[in-house]
Design a protein around this ligand. Structure first.
Ligand SMILES: N[C@@H](CCC(=O)N[C@@H](CS)C(=O)NCC(=O)O)C(=O)O
Length: 205
């Protein structure tokens, strides 16, 4: 399988960290791409009409996107404990943490558009503030709601890769006043799956 990847994408890294945690990273060839709404990448568009990474190319089978779907597929390919619990409250906790993590990445990208990516004259401060608020209230939610003791799940992977990216891009700090979240994140960052997949590079618009 091939994974269309971008070294500074939290979502692409999420899929790859998931593969590492599932013990199947050696079945995936990482193919590097740059893509953005203002930099069309034909190879990515050929596989995903949204023009976004990650995309998982499977021999003889349709391409899979986005990161949620790729993780769900990868979870069917290994014999270890499911990283997406299939029943009970454990399932809903994993999925809601994943949803918050996805939202952190989405809001962080919006904040970046309104701070560094959009030409200065086109930036809209009210939008930057609105998306910053979503980041901050989500950080607070995680401080109280994140399950830090139980089994590893997809939400943890999505969250660690999102927080790592937010810090990498110097987006609003999630650490101050949130010792539980910070301690959990620091421990997660030390995992081999995270160490094998460092973020790097600049966004190309
Ligand atoms: N919901 C998607 C988001 C993917 C996404 O936004 N990827 C970014 C890279 S961080 C991208 O490819 N952007 C290019 C574009 O929006 O055209 C997922 O979870 O995979």
């Amino acid at each position: 399988m091939k994974l269309l990847y971008q070294t500074h994408s939290p979502y692409a890294r999420k899929a790859l960290v998931f593969a590492h945690e599932a013990g199947i990273a050696d079945r995936i060839e990482v193919v590097h791409h740059e893509t953005s709404p203002t930099l069309r990448n034909e190879a990515v568009y050929a596989a995903n009409p949204l023009g976004k990474v990650p995309v998982l190319l499977r021999p003889g089978l349709p391409a899979l996107f986005d990161s949620d779907v790729i993780c769900a597929y990868l979870d069917t390919l290994h014999a270890g404990p499911r990283l997406i619990p299939d029943q009970g409250e454990a399932r809903w906790q994993a999925l809601r943490v994943q949803a918050i993590a996805q939202g952190l990445g989405d809001a962080g990208i919006k904040v970046r558009w309104e701070t560094v990516r959009r030409p200065e004259a086109l930036r809209y401060p009210a939008l930057r503030e609105g998306y910053t608020e979503k980041l901050v209230t989500s950080y607070d939610w995680l401080e109280s709601e994140l399950d830090t003791d139980g089994a590893l799940h997809v939400g943890h992977i999505a969250l660690a890769t999102a927080l790592s990216w937010l810090e990498f891009r110097a987006l609003p700090d999630f650490r101050a006043g949130r010792p539980r979240l910070s301690a959990w994140f620091d421990a997660f960052q030390a995992r081999p799956s995270m160490r094998a997949t460092p973020l790097s590079g600049e966004t190309h618009d």
